[in-house]
Design a protein around this ligand. Sequence first.
Ligand code: CP
Length: 317
Amino acid sequence: MQVVATQKRPVSKIMIPHHDILGIEHLTADEISSILDLAEYYVVQNRRKSQTNALLKGLVLVNLFLENSTRTRLSFEMAAKRLGADVINMTGEGSSMKKGESFADTLKAINAMLPDIMVIRHAEEGSAQKAAEILDCPVINGGDGTREHPTQALLDALTLRRKFGSLEGITVSICGDIMHSRVAHSNALLLKKMGANVKFTGPAELLPQGLSNATPDMEEGLKGADAVMLLRIQKERLQKNLSFTEEQYFNAYGLTEEKLKFAHKDAVVMHPGPMNRGVEIDAAIADDPNRSLITLQVEMGVAVRMACLDLLTRKVR
Ligand code: CP
C-alpha cells in the first residue's frame, strides 16, 4: 500500500522539541511519524522537478564529514540546496586537524563563524554529542562510529512505510556485520519503537554477545521476513582479522535468489550502501526492480533530510 502524500506542507502537526538530532534513541514514535509525514511532503515536491523552495534562504549548513560518504553527504547538500540554504562542505583531509588542531578546537572555530545548522560524521562514538555541546546551532548526526546513524534509519523507515503502509507488525531481518553497524543499531531502535519485529543474522563473530533475536543461521534469520536489510562488513572498524574470506562469506551470507526464498515470498530487499556486490549481496538481487528498494532508499534520503533541516531550523527562521 502506498502512503498518500499530502500536497500541503504539514506544518501545524509537526512537533519536534529537540534542538539536535543525535540518535533515534532520543525520538519518540510520534516524533518519528511526524518527521516521516513531513518527508512525504518533500518526496512529492522533489518529484516535481521545477519546484523550488526558499524556506532556508539565507541560512548556512556546514557539512563536516570526517569519514567518507557519498549518500549522506550529497543528500544533505541536495536537501539544503532544495530548501534554499547555502552549504559549506569540509572533510578531515582538507582541514587544519591535519596540522594538529584538536576536534574540539575545530568545532569552536566553526561555531565562531555562526553557522545555522551542522551535519557531522565522525569515526568516534559520541562525536555528534560532543559537537552539539560546543555548537550553538542545531547538530545532526550523520553517523558516529558504531553508535547511531539516525537519518539512515529514518529514510529506511520512510521507504518501508511507503511499501507496507505502516511499520507496525512487519518483520525486518538485518543481515551481516551487526556488531560494527550504526545503521543496524539505529534501525533496530526505530523499528522496535514503531512496532516492527526485528531479527538479526550474520556470522557469530559479527553478532554482538547477548543480542536477542539473533542467529548465525541465515535460514532461521530470514524466516518470515517482509524485508531483508543487508549490511556490508565494516572493514575499517574490525579489531581483528575475520576467520573467513569474502568468497566464503558470500556463500554463507551473501543474499542470492536462493537464500531470499527463506524469507516471505514477496519480501523486499534493502541496503544502506555502500554496497559490495558479490560479497553481501548478489548483483541480480540488488538490481531486481521487483525486490530491491535500494534506489528508493537513496531518493527517500533527500526527503528525510529536508524534513530534518526544516524542523531543526524553525526557531531561527
Ligand atoms: N548509507 C550511508 O551512510 O552511505 P554513505 O556512507 O555513502 O553516506
